[in-house]
Write a protein that binds this ligand. Structure first.
Ligand SMILES: Nc1ncnc2c1ncn2[C@@H]1O[C@H](COP(=O)(O)OP(=O)(O)O)[C@@H](O)[C@H]1O
Ligand SMILES: [Mg+2]
Length: 285
């Protein structure tokens, strides 16, 4: 079966699908072209094992687009994000951000992880300031930038608090403020709300939508939660079980703020869930 036919086979009819178009289209902010990643795991005594995490992933993201990547656990989502953050080397393919090849870590990308990767020895204010200091911005502008993101993420009153005194939700607000303060070209988020309780998670999803509408950042957001993807994304990319490949794309053409109980919302959520389910079946067969 050819690749496009596999896509049609996997995705339900009610879902609007589109294929990943050819690489290097002029309008794309981010171009990922045949990305590959194989880990070589050293097993000792001169033995090593090859783990192919990502196989031939191609994707284009336009400026200001909110793209969610969803797929079964272990399918290579975090690996893909780490490569885009420049924290893992790729073993094949190309990535371009604003037309420039991307390989090293850089201040043009802001990253938010699930596990509150804040500096514990720095206060909220100092955490946000940290990245700003790395950029070539005149020093007299630093405080204004930090204040702006403290206000945007509703962190007023916590400026001098240290991360260990904050709730999980507040820590993720700081992590988002810290990433945004870099004024990044691309915001990379790896299950940033995955460790939060349901209420805090729903709050932060809405906060993120509000912030995205204000800043119009290009976002690549990884999740395994179909409701979260449907709530947040302009477009959802579905990955197969390892080695991760893109098997479907769903455009979420619903106005924001989105009503999670609306029939159109529930239909997309259900379609996504069935796509994931088919991946899990592949995994267990
Ligand atoms: N540093 C690593 N060394 C070896 N294998 C790894 C490493 N990181 C991830 N993997 C493997 O690559 C696959 C994809 O992992 P990951 O990207 O974390 O998946 P996901 O985020 O989709 O759950 C898994 O099989 C995992 O065990
Ligand atoms: Mg992961």
């Amino acid at each position: 079966m050819a690749f496009p036919e596999i896509l049609s086979f996997l995705a339900p009819h009610s879902v609007r699908r589109c294929l990943v178009i050819g690489p290097n289209s002029v309008s794309a902010k981010l171009v990922i072209n045949s990305l590959q990643k194989t880990f070589v795991v050293n097993e000792g005594f001169g033995h090593s094992r090859h783990v192919q995490a990502i196989e031939n992933v191609s994707l284009e993201v336009t400026d200001g687009e909110f793209v969610c990547v969803i797929g079964p656990s272990g399918c290579g989502k975090s690996t893909m994000l780490m490569i885009m953050a420049g924290l893992y080397p790729k073993t094949g393919g190309e990535i371009f951000l604003d037309g420039q090849p991307l390989s090293e870590p850089g201040l043009n990308r802001g990253v938010v992880f699930q596990d509150f990767a804040l500096f514990p020895w720095l206060s909220v204010r100092e955490n946000i300031l940290y990245g700003v200091k790395q950029k070539k911005i005149p020093e007299d502008k630093h405080n204004g930038i930090v204040d702006h993101y403290i206000e945007m993420m509703s962190l007023q009153g916590f400026e001098h608090t240290f991360p260990n005194r904050l709730s999980g939700g507040m820590r993720q607000r700081v992590a988002i403020a810290r990433a945004l303060a870099l004024d990044p070209e691309l915001l990379l988020m790896d299950e940033p709300f995955g460790a939060l309780d349901a209420q805090t998670r729903a709050n932060l999803q809405q906060v993120l939508v509000d912030v995205w509408e204000q800043t119009k950042k290009t976002v690549l957001f990884i999740t395994h939660d179909v409701r979260e993807a449907t709530f947040l994304a302009d477009r959802v990319i579905v990955m197969s079980a390892r080695p991760g490949r893109i098997t479907a794309e769903i455009k979420v053409d619903l106005p924001r703020p989105r009503d999670i109980l609306a029939p159109e919302f529930v239909e997309i959520e259900r379609n996504l869930a069935s796509l994931i389910e088919s991946q899990n079946e592949t995994l267990h067969n």
